[in-house]
Design a protein around this ligand. Sequence first.
Ligand code: GLN
Length: 200
Amino acid sequence: MSTPTIGVLALQGDVREHVKALTDAGAQARPVRRPEELDQVEGLVIPGGESTTMSKLAVVFGMLEPLRAFVRAGNPVYGTCAGMIMVADKLLDAREDQETLGGIDMIVRRNAFGRQNESFEAAIDVAGIPGGPVEGVFIRAPWVESVGGAVEVLATYDGHTVAVRQGNVLATSFHPELTGDHRVHALFVDMVRGDRQGRA
Ligand code: GLN
């Protein structure tokens, strides 16, 4: 099987854990901070962290437009938690001026679970991932309030959508990179392999 090169957006957040999870899932993974580094990867993970800080740093580092262009070009992108917020077309409970990259036709509510329960773990069945539920680690996590017709809902928890995919963009409210179970990363690595074959 091919070894795709996948970047982890390294402006802020839990970059190292994603690099390890992607490596374990069969990719060559590297941090991405600059536009030139983005040009060298076939897919990108946007980690968890703090989406307000991440979007500000994206502006400061001159990465906002290159990242938007990367998504628009149809490259595979996977956002976890704050990363899910970054790939949402619209936000709730965010400041008016919080920038996102867009990519998934959905409305994401920031810190949605936070009001009920700051952080928790739950077994989550994810469509397309065989072998039983994955352990979902939720940390001041967002949920998906609503989706457009082109969006596939992959998982729900307690009646709320927590994993979605639209074309080449995947997003989860939870953090699979913290569990040692790399099946969600393996799904993303497969998406990148599939995209590479489709373009070849
Ligand atoms: N609440 C954070 C935000 O709005 C996300 C938390 C996380 O990524 N663990 O960015």
